[in-house]
Design a protein around this ligand. Structure first.
Ligand SMILES: Nc1nc2c(ncn2[C@@H]2O[C@H](COP(=O)(O)OP(=O)(O)O)[C@@H](O)[C@H]2O)c(=O)[nH]1
Ligand SMILES: [Mg+2]
Length: 309
Protein backbone atom coordinates (compact mmCIF):
# COMPACT_ATOMS: atom_id res chain seq x y z
CA UNK A 1 0.00 0.00 0.00
CA UNK A 2 1.02 3.62 0.13
CA UNK A 3 3.57 2.93 2.84
CA UNK A 4 5.73 1.23 0.25
CA UNK A 5 5.87 4.41 -1.73
CA UNK A 6 7.82 7.49 -0.75
CA UNK A 7 6.19 9.93 1.59
CA UNK A 8 3.30 7.93 2.98
CA UNK A 9 3.56 9.85 6.21
CA UNK A 10 3.32 13.07 4.23
CA UNK A 11 0.10 11.84 2.69
CA UNK A 12 -1.25 10.97 6.09
CA UNK A 13 -0.24 14.36 7.47
CA UNK A 14 -1.76 16.31 4.61
CA UNK A 15 -4.82 14.08 4.74
CA UNK A 16 -5.31 14.82 8.41
CA UNK A 17 -4.42 18.49 8.05
CA UNK A 18 -7.96 19.69 8.64
CA UNK A 19 -8.11 17.78 11.90
CA UNK A 20 -4.65 18.83 13.02
CA UNK A 21 -5.09 22.50 12.09
CA UNK A 22 -8.07 22.78 14.36
CA UNK A 23 -6.08 21.25 17.23
CA UNK A 24 -2.88 23.17 16.59
CA UNK A 25 -4.65 26.52 16.75
CA UNK A 26 -6.31 25.68 20.01
CA UNK A 27 -3.17 24.27 21.55
CA UNK A 28 -1.47 27.62 20.92
CA UNK A 29 -4.38 29.50 22.45
CA UNK A 30 -4.80 27.29 25.49
CA UNK A 31 -1.20 26.91 26.64
CA UNK A 32 0.02 30.47 27.04
CA UNK A 33 0.66 30.27 30.79
CA UNK A 34 1.75 27.61 33.27
CA UNK A 35 -0.79 24.85 33.19
CA UNK A 36 -3.77 25.31 35.52
CA UNK A 37 -7.18 23.70 35.90
CA UNK A 38 -8.91 26.13 33.52
CA UNK A 39 -6.54 25.17 30.73
CA UNK A 40 -6.98 21.51 31.44
CA UNK A 41 -10.74 21.96 31.14
CA UNK A 42 -10.21 23.68 27.80
CA UNK A 43 -7.96 20.85 26.67
CA UNK A 44 -10.59 18.28 27.57
CA UNK A 45 -13.24 20.29 25.75
CA UNK A 46 -11.03 20.58 22.69
CA UNK A 47 -10.52 16.82 22.59
CA UNK A 48 -14.24 16.20 22.90
CA UNK A 49 -14.94 18.70 20.12
CA UNK A 50 -12.39 16.89 18.00
CA UNK A 51 -14.62 13.82 18.47
CA UNK A 52 -12.22 11.74 20.52
CA UNK A 53 -15.12 11.00 22.85
CA UNK A 54 -15.53 11.80 26.56
CA UNK A 55 -13.72 8.74 27.87
CA UNK A 56 -10.49 9.12 25.93
CA UNK A 57 -10.61 12.91 26.36
CA UNK A 58 -10.89 12.49 30.13
CA UNK A 59 -8.07 9.97 30.36
CA UNK A 60 -5.76 11.99 28.15
CA UNK A 61 -6.44 15.20 30.08
CA UNK A 62 -5.84 13.44 33.39
CA UNK A 63 -2.54 11.98 32.21
CA UNK A 64 -1.53 15.34 30.80
CA UNK A 65 -2.36 17.02 34.07
CA UNK A 66 -0.35 14.47 36.06
CA UNK A 67 2.71 15.15 33.96
CA UNK A 68 2.52 18.86 33.29
CA UNK A 69 0.40 20.60 35.92
CA UNK A 70 1.89 23.92 37.08
CA UNK A 71 4.60 23.87 34.42
CA UNK A 72 5.11 26.13 31.46
CA UNK A 73 4.87 24.09 28.31
CA UNK A 74 5.70 24.95 24.72
CA UNK A 75 3.37 24.12 21.83
CA UNK A 76 5.82 21.48 20.74
CA UNK A 77 5.85 19.81 24.14
CA UNK A 78 2.07 19.85 24.31
CA UNK A 79 1.82 18.19 20.92
CA UNK A 80 4.44 15.59 21.73
CA UNK A 81 2.65 14.73 24.96
CA UNK A 82 -0.76 14.59 23.26
CA UNK A 83 0.55 12.41 20.45
CA UNK A 84 2.00 10.01 23.00
CA UNK A 85 -1.26 9.86 24.95
CA UNK A 86 -3.43 9.38 21.85
CA UNK A 87 -1.05 6.65 20.70
CA UNK A 88 -1.52 4.94 24.03
CA UNK A 89 -5.30 5.01 23.49
CA UNK A 90 -4.96 3.38 20.07
CA UNK A 91 -1.96 1.10 20.11
CA UNK A 92 -3.91 -2.03 21.02
CA UNK A 93 -6.44 -1.31 18.28
CA UNK A 94 -4.07 -1.78 15.32
CA UNK A 95 -4.80 -4.72 13.06
CA UNK A 96 -3.04 -6.03 9.97
CA UNK A 97 -4.78 -6.66 6.68
CA UNK A 98 -2.77 -9.24 4.81
CA UNK A 99 -4.85 -11.24 2.33
CA UNK A 100 -1.80 -12.77 0.66
CA UNK A 101 -0.64 -14.67 3.72
CA UNK A 102 -3.97 -16.46 4.22
CA UNK A 103 -5.62 -19.40 2.47
CA UNK A 104 -6.42 -19.15 -1.25
CA UNK A 105 -8.71 -17.88 -2.47
CA UNK A 106 -8.85 -15.36 0.36
CA UNK A 107 -12.36 -13.94 0.42
CA UNK A 108 -12.90 -10.36 1.57
CA UNK A 109 -16.37 -8.89 2.05
CA UNK A 110 -16.83 -5.11 2.15
CA UNK A 111 -19.78 -3.82 4.14
CA UNK A 112 -21.01 -0.41 5.26
CA UNK A 113 -23.65 2.20 4.52
CA UNK A 114 -24.01 3.88 1.14
CA UNK A 115 -21.31 6.40 0.37
CA UNK A 116 -18.95 5.24 3.12
CA UNK A 117 -16.26 4.32 0.60
CA UNK A 118 -16.65 0.56 0.09
CA UNK A 119 -16.21 0.52 -3.66
CA UNK A 120 -13.30 2.97 -3.59
CA UNK A 121 -11.53 1.07 -0.82
CA UNK A 122 -12.02 -2.21 -2.65
CA UNK A 123 -10.54 -0.63 -5.79
CA UNK A 124 -7.50 0.69 -3.94
CA UNK A 125 -6.90 -2.71 -2.33
CA UNK A 126 -7.26 -4.49 -5.68
CA UNK A 127 -4.68 -2.18 -7.25
CA UNK A 128 -2.24 -2.78 -4.42
CA UNK A 129 -2.67 -6.56 -4.65
CA UNK A 130 -2.29 -6.79 -8.42
CA UNK A 131 0.80 -4.57 -8.24
CA UNK A 132 2.25 -7.22 -5.92
CA UNK A 133 1.52 -9.91 -8.49
CA UNK A 134 -1.66 -11.35 -7.00
CA UNK A 135 -4.54 -12.65 -9.10
CA UNK A 136 -7.62 -10.80 -7.95
CA UNK A 137 -11.29 -11.35 -8.70
CA UNK A 138 -13.62 -8.42 -8.04
CA UNK A 139 -17.28 -9.19 -7.47
CA UNK A 140 -20.01 -6.58 -7.95
CA UNK A 141 -22.23 -7.67 -5.07
CA UNK A 142 -24.01 -4.31 -5.05
CA UNK A 143 -26.54 -5.52 -7.59
CA UNK A 144 -28.99 -2.90 -6.42
CA UNK A 145 -27.75 0.00 -8.54
CA UNK A 146 -26.41 -0.14 -12.11
CA UNK A 147 -24.10 2.82 -11.44
CA UNK A 148 -22.44 0.88 -8.62
CA UNK A 149 -21.52 -1.92 -11.01
CA UNK A 150 -20.06 0.50 -13.55
CA UNK A 151 -18.03 2.32 -10.90
CA UNK A 152 -16.56 -0.96 -9.71
CA UNK A 153 -15.80 -2.05 -13.26
CA UNK A 154 -13.72 1.12 -13.73
CA UNK A 155 -11.70 0.22 -10.63
CA UNK A 156 -11.23 -3.36 -11.83
CA UNK A 157 -9.87 -2.16 -15.15
CA UNK A 158 -7.58 0.34 -13.44
CA UNK A 159 -6.27 -2.37 -11.11
CA UNK A 160 -5.93 -5.03 -13.79
CA UNK A 161 -8.22 -7.33 -11.83
CA UNK A 162 -10.89 -9.66 -13.21
CA UNK A 163 -14.49 -8.69 -12.72
CA UNK A 164 -17.77 -10.51 -12.18
CA UNK A 165 -21.22 -8.93 -12.19
CA UNK A 166 -24.88 -9.67 -12.79
CA UNK A 167 -27.74 -7.56 -14.09
CA UNK A 168 -29.35 -5.08 -11.71
CA UNK A 169 -31.58 -6.75 -9.18
CA UNK A 170 -29.87 -10.15 -9.40
CA UNK A 171 -29.28 -12.17 -6.27
CA UNK A 172 -26.05 -10.99 -4.67
CA UNK A 173 -25.59 -14.18 -2.65
CA UNK A 174 -25.82 -16.34 -5.79
CA UNK A 175 -23.23 -14.14 -7.48
CA UNK A 176 -20.90 -14.39 -4.49
CA UNK A 177 -21.25 -18.17 -4.44
CA UNK A 178 -20.42 -18.49 -8.14
CA UNK A 179 -17.51 -16.09 -7.79
CA UNK A 180 -15.81 -18.08 -5.04
CA UNK A 181 -16.34 -21.34 -6.93
CA UNK A 182 -14.78 -19.78 -10.00
CA UNK A 183 -11.91 -18.37 -7.92
CA UNK A 184 -11.23 -21.85 -6.56
CA UNK A 185 -11.35 -23.50 -9.95
CA UNK A 186 -9.21 -20.85 -11.64
CA UNK A 187 -6.62 -20.37 -8.90
CA UNK A 188 -7.27 -16.79 -7.83
CA UNK A 189 -5.41 -15.49 -4.78
CA UNK A 190 -8.03 -13.06 -3.55
CA UNK A 191 -11.76 -12.45 -4.07
CA UNK A 192 -13.01 -8.96 -3.21
CA UNK A 193 -16.79 -8.74 -2.82
CA UNK A 194 -18.52 -5.37 -2.89
CA UNK A 195 -21.98 -5.09 -1.33
CA UNK A 196 -24.93 -2.72 -1.35
CA UNK A 197 -25.07 -0.09 1.38
CA UNK A 198 -28.76 0.49 1.13
CA UNK A 199 -31.74 -1.67 0.25
CA UNK A 200 -35.43 -1.11 0.87
CA UNK A 201 -34.69 -0.73 4.57
CA UNK A 202 -32.09 -1.43 7.21
CA UNK A 203 -33.31 -4.91 8.09
CA UNK A 204 -33.48 -5.79 4.39
CA UNK A 205 -29.83 -4.86 4.08
CA UNK A 206 -28.81 -6.85 7.15
CA UNK A 207 -30.73 -9.89 5.93
CA UNK A 208 -29.06 -9.70 2.55
CA UNK A 209 -25.57 -9.44 4.03
CA UNK A 210 -26.25 -12.38 6.32
CA UNK A 211 -27.46 -14.37 3.37
CA UNK A 212 -24.32 -13.58 1.37
CA UNK A 213 -22.22 -14.81 4.29
CA UNK A 214 -24.31 -17.95 4.75
CA UNK A 215 -24.04 -18.82 1.09
CA UNK A 216 -20.28 -18.12 0.99
CA UNK A 217 -19.85 -20.64 3.79
CA UNK A 218 -21.37 -23.32 1.60
CA UNK A 219 -18.40 -23.01 -0.75
CA UNK A 220 -15.85 -22.46 2.02
CA UNK A 221 -16.78 -22.74 5.71
CA UNK A 222 -13.99 -20.25 6.55
CA UNK A 223 -15.25 -17.61 4.12
CA UNK A 224 -15.39 -14.70 4.29
CA UNK A 225 -11.86 -14.61 5.70
CA UNK A 226 -12.29 -10.91 6.26
CA UNK A 227 -15.39 -8.80 6.68
CA UNK A 228 -14.23 -5.21 6.45
CA UNK A 229 -16.59 -2.56 7.77
CA UNK A 230 -16.02 0.70 5.91
CA UNK A 231 -16.81 3.83 7.93
CA UNK A 232 -16.72 7.44 6.75
CA UNK A 233 -14.95 9.72 9.24
CA UNK A 234 -16.80 12.81 8.02
CA UNK A 235 -20.06 11.61 9.59
CA UNK A 236 -18.42 12.05 13.00
CA UNK A 237 -20.06 10.23 15.84
CA UNK A 238 -22.61 8.59 13.51
CA UNK A 239 -19.75 6.27 12.66
CA UNK A 240 -20.14 4.88 16.17
CA UNK A 241 -23.75 3.83 15.65
CA UNK A 242 -22.84 2.27 12.31
CA UNK A 243 -20.07 0.30 13.99
CA UNK A 244 -22.59 -0.83 16.55
CA UNK A 245 -25.19 -1.89 13.99
CA UNK A 246 -22.90 -3.80 11.63
CA UNK A 247 -20.69 -5.13 14.42
CA UNK A 248 -23.63 -6.62 16.29
CA UNK A 249 -25.74 -7.82 13.39
CA UNK A 250 -23.19 -9.01 10.86
CA UNK A 251 -19.86 -9.50 12.60
CA UNK A 252 -16.81 -7.60 11.48
CA UNK A 253 -13.14 -8.62 11.36
CA UNK A 254 -11.65 -5.22 10.69
CA UNK A 255 -12.52 -1.58 10.22
CA UNK A 256 -11.51 0.76 7.43
CA UNK A 257 -11.94 4.43 8.23
CA UNK A 258 -12.18 6.55 5.10
CA UNK A 259 -12.17 10.26 4.25
CA UNK A 260 -9.86 11.23 7.07
CA UNK A 261 -8.68 13.88 4.59
CA UNK A 262 -12.14 15.39 4.26
CA UNK A 263 -12.83 16.26 7.86
CA UNK A 264 -11.68 18.24 10.89
CA UNK A 265 -12.99 15.42 13.05
CA UNK A 266 -10.51 12.66 12.33
CA UNK A 267 -10.39 12.13 16.08
CA UNK A 268 -13.57 10.07 15.78
CA UNK A 269 -11.33 7.15 14.91
CA UNK A 270 -10.49 6.97 18.64
CA UNK A 271 -13.95 6.18 20.07
CA UNK A 272 -14.75 3.94 17.08
CA UNK A 273 -11.57 1.96 17.66
CA UNK A 274 -12.38 1.64 21.34
CA UNK A 275 -16.03 0.71 20.88
CA UNK A 276 -15.34 -1.97 18.32
CA UNK A 277 -14.38 -5.57 19.02
CA UNK A 278 -12.39 -5.59 15.81
CA UNK A 279 -9.24 -3.60 15.08
CA UNK A 280 -8.73 -0.72 12.70
CA UNK A 281 -6.92 -2.17 9.71
CA UNK A 282 -6.79 0.51 7.06
CA UNK A 283 -7.40 4.22 6.67
CA UNK A 284 -8.41 6.22 3.61
CA UNK A 285 -6.79 9.61 3.14
CA UNK A 286 -8.00 10.58 -0.33
CA UNK A 287 -9.83 9.43 -3.44
CA UNK A 288 -6.74 8.32 -5.35
CA UNK A 289 -5.51 4.80 -5.90
CA UNK A 290 -2.63 5.22 -3.42
CA UNK A 291 -4.66 6.93 -0.73
CA UNK A 292 -5.11 3.90 1.48
CA UNK A 293 -2.74 3.05 4.31
CA UNK A 294 -2.34 0.39 6.96
CA UNK A 295 -3.47 1.83 10.26
CA UNK A 296 -0.45 2.83 12.33
CA UNK A 297 -1.51 4.16 15.74
CA UNK A 298 1.61 6.20 16.33
CA UNK A 299 1.72 7.78 12.87
CA UNK A 300 -1.99 8.53 13.04
CA UNK A 301 -1.67 10.15 16.46
CA UNK A 302 1.29 12.31 15.46
CA UNK A 303 -0.45 13.46 12.30
CA UNK A 304 -3.64 14.17 14.20
CA UNK A 305 -1.90 16.68 16.44
CA UNK A 306 0.14 18.14 13.60
CA UNK A 307 3.56 16.58 14.24
CA UNK A 308 6.11 15.15 11.82
CA UNK A 309 7.04 11.50 11.67
N1 LIG B 1 -11.72 12.38 0.23
C1 LIG B 1 -11.94 11.07 0.23
N2 LIG B 1 -12.97 10.59 -0.48
C2 LIG B 1 -13.20 9.25 -0.46
C3 LIG B 1 -12.39 8.36 0.28
N3 LIG B 1 -12.88 7.11 0.10
C4 LIG B 1 -13.95 7.23 -0.73
N4 LIG B 1 -14.15 8.52 -1.08
C5 LIG B 1 -15.20 9.09 -1.92
O1 LIG B 1 -16.46 8.90 -1.31
C6 LIG B 1 -17.48 8.72 -2.29
C7 LIG B 1 -18.26 7.44 -2.01
O2 LIG B 1 -17.39 6.33 -2.15
P1 LIG B 1 -17.86 4.91 -2.66
O3 LIG B 1 -16.64 4.06 -2.70
O4 LIG B 1 -18.66 5.02 -3.89
O5 LIG B 1 -18.80 4.48 -1.43
P2 LIG B 1 -19.75 3.20 -1.31
O6 LIG B 1 -21.14 3.68 -1.57
O7 LIG B 1 -19.58 2.76 0.11
O8 LIG B 1 -19.28 2.19 -2.28
C8 LIG B 1 -16.76 8.70 -3.63
O9 LIG B 1 -16.87 9.98 -4.23
C9 LIG B 1 -15.31 8.42 -3.27
O10 LIG B 1 -14.40 8.97 -4.18
C10 LIG B 1 -11.29 8.91 1.05
O11 LIG B 1 -10.53 8.23 1.76
N5 LIG B 1 -11.13 10.27 0.98
MG1 LIG C 1 -20.35 1.22 -3.73
Amino acid sequence: MAEQKQGWFQRLTSGLSRSSQAMTQQVTEIFRRPLDQAQLDELEEMLIEADLGPHAAGRITQAFSDAKFGKSVSDQEVKEALAELVTRELISREGAFDPLSGPKPYVVLFIGVNGSGKTTTLGKIAADLTSRGARVLIVAGDTFRAAAVEQLQVWATRAGADFMSRPTGADAAGLAFDAVEKARADGYDVVLIDTAGRLQNKQGLMDELLKVIRVLKKVDPDAPHETLLVLDATVGRNALSQENLFGNQIGVSGIVMTKLDGTARGGVLVPVAQASDSPIKLIGVGEGIDDLQPFDARAFSRSLVGLDA
